[in-house]
Design a protein around this ligand. Structure first.
Ligand SMILES: [Zn+2]
Length: 286
């Protein structure tokens, strides 16, 4: 079998013109290539020791990769049969360090987004069961929630309304703002899922919203009015959804696919769950 490394200026994977960066990405994106470069970073290695360091990858694949890396001028083969990085090869390793740092930031940004609960979620805290919550029940919850939120904050002083029970826990007004935004965002998400095939949903980024939207400085009456209107809009939307439409789906992060019925249940759950948060401020350690 003959093997050929990508060459700048000639068609490569992802580029008909073979732009140098695309040729480099084609080369470095080949299976095991980065690992081979990495294992050679400290000096020359013979074929078998290199194979061992690469978790015993097959001889034929290692031979193919080494041939490509020699053609690409990143590796040389010494007369004794050992392989070593050239200056270009060492430069490729150096060039990858910023990408390595960036990938750490990327992973952290994804990990910072709390995972979506599963389709069959049962909440330990408020007791809401997704399998036992149908569209009609969710609509009933949305109908009753605004009055329940009004009642929950009716007796609170302004200071109590804005007091965080503990540093990481929102105040009552912040929860009201959050639920208002959840109802608006889920109205958008449901409309998006009805209009597109398998749309990608943008994360809500709750804490960022709370800061940017100055949740804790908002006026109680205005927030309650907006929450009431948002709940009514969402309720009107889900009331018209057919059983077939409930099976449509959307994704958020990779692997997070959820049905439209889940979106309905989740929106109702957020309302119920945070009503409980306001009615029973969290005790430390709960
Ligand atoms: Zn809950």
């Amino acid at each position: 079998m003959t093997t050929s490394a990508p060459r700048p200026g000639r068609p490569v994977r992802g580029s008909v013109t073979g732009r140098p960066v695309m040729a480099a990405l084609d080369l470095l994106g080949r299976r095991w290539t980065l690992r081979v470069l990495w294992e050679l970073r400290d000096g020359a290695l013979g074929f078998r020791p290199l194979q061992k360091r690469c978790d015993g990858m097959s001889s034929s694949v290692l031979q193919t990769r080494l041939t490509e890396l020699q053609q690409a001028l990143l590796v040389i083969r010494h007369p004794d049969g050992s392989y070593q990085l050239t200056d270009l090869g060492a430069g490729a390793c150096q060039a990858l360090l910023p990408l390595n740092r960036w990938s750490g930031d990327w992973a952290a940004a994804i990990d910072a987004i709390p995972p979506l609960v599963p389709e069959d979620h049962v909440c330990d805290s408020c007791g809401l069961s997704y399998p036992y919550t149908d569209t009609e029940q969710a609509a009933d919850m949305l109908a009753s929630l605004p009055a329940r939120f009004r009642q929950a904050v009716a007796g609170l002083t302004d200071a109590a309304l804005r007091r965080r029970p503990e540093p990481g826990t929102w105040s009552a007004i912040e929860y009201l703002c959050h639920v208002r935004d959840v109802f608006d965002v889920y109205t958008d998400r449901i409309n998006q899922t009805l209009a597109q095939e398998h749309p990608v949903l943008e994360p809500m980024r709750n804490d960022q919203r709370a800061v940017q939207g100055r949740y804790n400085d908002q006026n109680q009456r205005e927030v309650l009015d907006a929450l009431t209107e948002a709940a009514a809009r969402l309720r009107a939307l889900i009331t018209g959804i057919t059983p077939a439409q409930r099976l449509r789906s959307a994704t958020r992060l990779p692997g997070e696919e959820r049905t439209l019925l889940w979106l309905i249940r989740q929106a109702a759950h957020e309302g119920i769950h945070h009503l409980h948060d306001i009615e029973r401020p969290a005790t430390p350690g709960s």
